[in-house]
Design a binder for this molecule. Structure first.
Ligand SMILES: *[C@@H]1O[C@H](CO)[C@@H](O)[C@H](O)[C@H]1NC(C)=O
Length: 374
């Protein structure tokens, strides 16, 4: 009602008609009317608006056996001077070190905001043992799953990547309704990911803070994922941890394009065979879940925003055999990766610099998030 009145007033006062947009939205903070080119979601983090950003509360490890425990705690996520900080801390600071190898965590809470958000992969309850300790790092992952999701639009996030060995920051989007089935059938849009190591090389290439990447995940099953055909990285010898950069997504009914500071990083423009052909799945004997979608399927449905800081993991994002001043303390095939990582802390903890400046170096910092309709 008020939006309608304001819309009419706006038209009367400014004489600007609302040109309808192909962009669609939903959520508690989505606009009622979507006008072409209008800003449809924004946060400049002058305060921490938990109506927009829901915290994950889980030990799940993101499906990659990552080492962090995501929680809603102002040690790990806060706003200060107009910036959002996602800051890692040690689980042992809260529970003591012995707890890691003998304690029991059941993080399911009674209040709506305290519910465990991901029970998969032992995400709500774990018991630590000496060979398989409890998640040794606390961190945060926040999302607009209830407040805002959208289909097609432009996104710009101004952010500074963290520095610290084995830190894995990400700003990304996941499907709101899994319209084509569970991951990766409904897609995943990774606006930016990086690695916090300041001196890590893989085959002579710096893959730490000097690299930022964007990726699409799509495919009928986890082991049929076409991400390698929609993955791009850029190198910046100054390091993405040294300054804020603008990470940008342009998502239309024809193409998806990633840019950093207005310079295109990569794009996909699927043909009539869509992402099915792009992924090379047409040669496989599997049913196409996107066959009744558009050529952009699965990227023709609504997605929501996620900002998180993960650590480690065993999926190969941190390859075995990289060269790092202190070698990687776990193998990706190790059944004791959590313990191995923790036992190597004299190597990585000093690089996080947590004791100076409230851990700002190791924090993923976000100045703003902005989304516009096409
Ligand atoms: C939040 O985290 C800090 C640091 O680990 C811890 O001391 C505190 O107990 C936590 N608060 C709650 C309510 O869990």
């Amino acid at each position: 009602m008020w939006a309608a009145v304001i819309g009419v007033l706006g038209f009367a006062v400014f004489g600007q008609a609302c040109t309808p947009s192909v962009t669609t939205v939903s959520g508690t903070h989505a606009p009622i009317t979507v006008c072409s080119g209008a800003m449809i979601f924004a946060d400049d983090f002058t305060e921490f608006d938990l109506e927009k950003w829901q915290h994950e509360n889980t030990l799940a490890g993101g499906g990659n056996w990552e080492f962090q425990y995501y929680n809603n705690n102002r040690t790990n996520s806060f706003t200060h001077n107009g910036l959002l900080f996602i800051r890692p801390s040690l689980t042992s600071d809260q529970f003591g070190e012995a707890f890691l190898s003998s304690g029991h965590l059941n993080i399911e809470g009674g209040a709506p905001a305290d519910r465990c958000t991901n029970p998969q992969w032992f995400g709500c309850e774990r018991t630590g043992t000496p060979s398989n300790i409890l998640n040794p790092i606390k961190s945060a992952r926040i999302r607009t799953v209830n407040s805002f999701s959208f289909r097609y639009g432009r996104v710009e996030v101004r952010a500074k990547m963290p520095a610290g060995d084995w830190l894995w920051p990400a700003i990304w989007l996941m499907p709101a309704y899994n319209s084509y089935g569970t991951w990766p059938a409904s897609g995943e849009i990774d606006l930016v990911e990086s690695r916090g190591n300041r001196n890590m090389f893989n085959n002579g290439i710096h893959i730490g803070t000097q690299e930022a990447g964007s990726t699409l995940h799509f495919g009928p099953y986890p082991n049929l994922n076409g991400w390698e055909r929609a993955h791009w990285v850029r190198r910046n010898s100054a390091g993405y941890d040294r300054a804020f950069h603008r990470y940008q997504l342009e998502w239309t009914p024809d193409f998806i394009r990633f840019s950093i500071d207005d310079v295109e990083l990569g794009r996909v423009t699927p043909g009539s065979g869509g992402f099915w052909q792009l992924g090379g799945f047409d040669t496989q004997n599997v049913e196409n879940p996107w066959r009744y979608g558009s050529k952009m399927a699965p990227f023709d449905q609504k997605f929501y925003l996620i900002i998180n800081l993960a650590v480690g993991g065993t999926n190969g994002f941190f390859p075995d055999g990289v060269s790092n001043p202190v070698p990687k303390p776990w193998w990706n095939g190790s059944p004791t990766a959590l313990t191995d990582f923790w036992n190597g802390r004299s190597g990585w903890l000093p690089t996080w610099n947590l004791n100076s400046n409230d851990g700002q170096d190791a924090s993923l910092q976000v100045d703003y998030v902005r989304v516009w309709a096409l």
